[in-house]
Design a protein around this ligand. Sequence first.
Ligand code: ADP
Length: 466
Amino acid sequence: MKPRGLRLKLTILYTAILGVVLGGLFAVAYYLLANQLDATATDELVERATALKGYLRFENNRPVLAFDPTDPEVAFFVRTASRYYQIYDFSTGEILDQSADMAFLGLQFTPNELHSLTEFPILSDIQTDQGKIRLFSDRITSDYGAAYVMQVGVSLEPSQATLQHFIGLTFWLVPFGVLMAAGAGWVMAGRFLSPVRSIINAAQRIDVSKLDRRLPVSGTGDEIDQLAVTFNESFARLERAVGEMKQFTASIAHELRTPLAALRVEAEYTLLHSESLDECKTTLASQIEEFDKLSRVIQQLLTLARAESGELRMLREPVDLTTLLRDLTETFSLVAEEKKISLELDCVEDLKVTGDRQWLERAMFNLVDNAIKYTPEGGRVNVYGRSENRKVVLRVADNGRGITSEALPHIFERFYRADPSRSKEIEGVGLGLSLVKWIVEQHGGSIKVDSQPNLGSRFSIQIPED
Ligand code: ADP
């Protein structure tokens, strides 16, 4: 699947926005231009009318434009300004003087019309056969008291032609601009999306057997790069999780295969070679121990798997840790005594935490069990409980065989057993501490270990009190 849909969508969006912006700009430009042309025509008309009024004289009660025809500038101005020019007798409506172009237009108004034309505003636009004309009608009174109306006009044709031309241009330019934008948008979207395409291609090549592959990161730090980095981090986590699962499965197979094979060989041997019922009974009795051990491993595995899948619920209720630790040391006192290990409890009264009693007991059980298991005869195991900075601190310390610095980072991993050859004589499969860690984390706490080979180990748990 290629990101074509997105490319098309981006291009359409970009083109549509640019189309609207261009259309809007041209509309505003049209409005401004129309206003400007209109204002220029009005200014020009008022200017011409005012100037012509200055050349107006009344000879024998007839108005005439009196100017020096030998002055080329004046002559040119008066001829241009009076292109559309006429003057009426206001009372009779008779035209007293008129330019040729005005006569050609045939514009004549009745006295009533003249009356309203000279009321404010004295500008009026008239549609004629020759196009639109803007008229300036001004009432003038001669020195003898007679009233006249002078009309001066300008053609609005040039302004309208300019506007028409502008609209014509717009009709070409806007679609052309939109088309260009579409092309540019398509190319740009293609360029922006090309890293996405390479991410898609790379992601398609990653599957569970090739989780070590990563998506390309261009190093620009943009959103697409961040996306690739985020996915890469997820792939790394997945790779780790799948790796752990593979190792876990292999470890389970190994843990179960070895004792099963041994049991089988033993059974086969007994079947072929034992001569008495007693001999068979002895073998079976020793095998029951092995079966018990195997079923304990399976039980632990099941607990861990159910715990990690979230199937087991963790209660949140007040737990009296003082009593819990007291009962626990009581439980272990016989085993410790047998091994001549001094087991001591140093816990404050009323040490409480919010959590699940059974799980916390399981965690502390595993720690004390380990401490006794990995401490030789005559050793010492101390269990400690305190409240520090609104946190409960639980410690199990021993002066046993300790853990090497190479083994230390791995002891919380499933099936990990430090120094397996030495651990052979000690029962265990390497699942206890991973369960302890899970329980502590479920309580929002943390666990750490300090250990020195042959000097002892100290496991410390910290859990927030509520
Ligand atoms: P196991 O069933 O082997 O005891 P754990 O997960 O409880 O498994 O412990 C993992 C490994 O950590 C053990 O095999 C042992 O080597 C080491 N270990 C744990 N606790 C102690 C301890 N108190 N002293 C020395 N080594 C320990």
